[in-house]
Design a protein around this ligand. Structure first.
Ligand SMILES: NC(=O)c1ccc[n+]([C@@H]2O[C@H](COP(=O)([O-])OP(=O)(O)OC[C@H]3O[C@@H](n4cnc5c(N)ncnc54)[C@H](OP(=O)(O)O)[C@@H]3O)[C@@H](O)[C@H]2O)c1
Length: 219
């Protein structure tokens, strides 16, 4: 799905002469840079997910000259399975949670990402396709945090709606073993998206407020 799906979509888009927006991930990076990644930095995925997503980027870019790849990160939303909903569900059943505090990234609200994609499409429609639109762009919320900081912000924000208030203990990645290795620092610079398409996402705190409000409104 990650690699062959984009390859097929790119072929169909090329045949139809229409642009393709491919959604990719910060997990194409190894997280060892120690500073926000630029699109020109080398990708070096640590796991199968990042490897197959990177293959999907290449397939999309190779299959359709009118392809923009948007790398996003840590997506959360009022619906579906995601970190915000998991924290609120687990936080309601336990007085204390242990959350990883040494992985850095950009929690990105799905509605903000959707707005950014709409902004990219609007610019393409307005100007017609331009050669500089082809390539990889970082489309992630402004500002970054770690999972522990994000969890604390979730419970602080949910307090206004009577949400659970567990204690959130910071732990290290090695204290929470999972099968897939994740990049420790997936921060990405957003300048290229802003300069090319005039699109900037709000900071993650605003995205979180938007999603918590929608969650509350949805019951
Ligand atoms: N979640 C993140 O933090 C994150 C971060 C960076 C990038 N992304 C990228 O964003 C995209 C969406 O991710 P997500 O987290 O929203 O995933 P998700 O919640 O698992 O949703 C994936 C969607 O793809 C559909 N799907 C999966 N396999 C398929 C197949 N073989 N054929 C047709 N449809 C298929 C699923 O359909 P059903 O609902 O019917 O199962 C579902 O609607 C992915 O490209 C992912 O790599 C996600």
């Amino acid at each position: 799905a990650n690699a062959l799906g984009p390859a097929l979509l790119a072929k169909l888009c090329a045949e139809a002469g229409i642009p393709l927006i491919q959604i990719s991930t910060d997990y194409v990076y190894d997280g060892l840079k120690g500073a926000p990644y630029l699109e020109s930095d080398l990708a070096n995925p640590l796991g199968a997910y990042g490897r197959t997503k990177l293959a999907g980027e290449w397939a999309a870019l190779a299959g359709n000259p009118m392809t923009s790849v948007l790398r996003t990160a840590w997506v959360f939303s009022p619906v579906g399975k995601n970190f915000v909903r998991t924290m609120l569900a687990v936080g309601a059943t336990r007085p204390e949670l242990r959350v990883v505090a040494d992985q850095h990234g950009h929690p990105t609200a799905a509605p903000d990402l959707a707005d950014a994609i709409a902004g990219v499409l609007a610019r393409i429609r307005q100007t017609g396709w331009r050669p500089e639109y082809r390539g990889v762009f970082h489309a992630r919320a402004e500002q970054s945090t770690h999972w522990h900081g994000f969890a604390e912000a979730i419970f602080a924000g949910a307090a206004a709606y009577g949400g659970p208030q567990p204690k959130v203990l910071p732990i290290a990645t090695h204290e929470y073993p999972v099968k897939a290795v994740r990049p420790a620092d997936g921060r990405m610079d957003g300048t290229k998206l802003a300069q090319t398409f005039g699109v900037t996402l709000p900071n993650w705190q605003a995205g979180l407020a938007r999603v918590l409000k929608a969650l509350h409104a949805g019951g």
